[in-house]
Design a protein around this ligand. Structure first.
Ligand code: MN
Length: 172
C-alpha cells in the first residue's frame, strides 16, 4: 500500500481495501488502559481494525493513508474509541474523511483543553498537527473513516495512555 502512483480499490461502505487483510486489530483487552474500566467486558472483543498503510515507514517522508473500522458497542458505559495520540512533529497534520457511521472526533491541546467534533458520513476534517486526536463511535453501526498523514509525523501514544483526554464520552 505504500507504492506510489499506483491505484488501489477502497470499498467505501466497509473501509476495506480489495485483497488486503487488516494491518492492525485492537481488542478491549489491549485497550484496557484507555477506558475507565473494562470490568464485565469480553477482553477479546475487537474494538477497531485498520486497513492500508502502516503508521510509520523507513526512508524519505511520504504521504500515507489508512482506514479505520471502529465497531459499535459500549465498553463499560463509554463509547468505543481509538487509542488517540499526539504527533511528535506538530507541523504535521492529518486529513480525515468519514465514509460511514456516526461518531465524535476528540481533539485536545497540550494544555488539555478538549473538544468534540461531530462526525457523520461525508464529514471532512483537516486536523491541526498540534492537536491530539481520538475517534469514538457513538452510533449503532461501524464508524468507517479514511485518514492520511505524513510518515514522519511521529506518534506519541504514551502521553494519552498515561494522562488521557480531558473529556470522556459516556453513553446515556
Ligand atoms: Mn495522527
Amino acid at each position: 500500500m505504500i507504492e506510489l502512483s499506483r491505484a488501489f480499490h477502497l470499498d467505501l461502505a466497509t473501509g476495506r481495501f480489495a485483497g488486503q487483510e487488516p494491518t492492525s486489530r485492537r481488542t478491549v483487552g489491549e485497550l484496557a488502559g484507555i477506558f475507565e474500566s473494562i470490568e464485565g467486558e469480553d477482553p477479546g472483543r475487537v474494538v477497531y481494525e485498520t486497513y492500508g498503510c502502516p503508521a510509520e515507514i523507513e526512508g524519505p517522508p511520504q504521504l500515507l493513508f489508512a482506514t479505520t473500522v471502529l465497531y459499535p458497542g459500549a465498553v463499560n458505559g463509554e463509547y468505543p474509541m481509538t487509542r488517540g495520540h499526539f504527533h511528535t512533529d506538530p507541523s504535521r497534520g492529518e486529513f480525515m474523511a468519514v465514509l460511514e457511521g456516526e461518531g465524535k472526533l476528540l481533539l485536545m491541546e497540550r494544555d488539555r483543553t478538549t473538544w468534540a467534533v461531530p462526525l457523520t458520513k461525508g464529514t471532512v476534517v483537516n486536523i491541526d498537527g498540534r492537536h491530539a486526536h481520538r475517534v469514538a463511535n457513538t452510533g449503532s453501526v461501524p464508524l468507517v473513516f479514511l485518514v492520511a498523514w505524513m510518515s514522519d509525523c511521529g506518534h506519541d501514544y504514551g502521553t494519552i495512555l498515561s494522562e488521557g483526554f480531558g473529556l470522556r464520552l459516556r453513553t446515556p
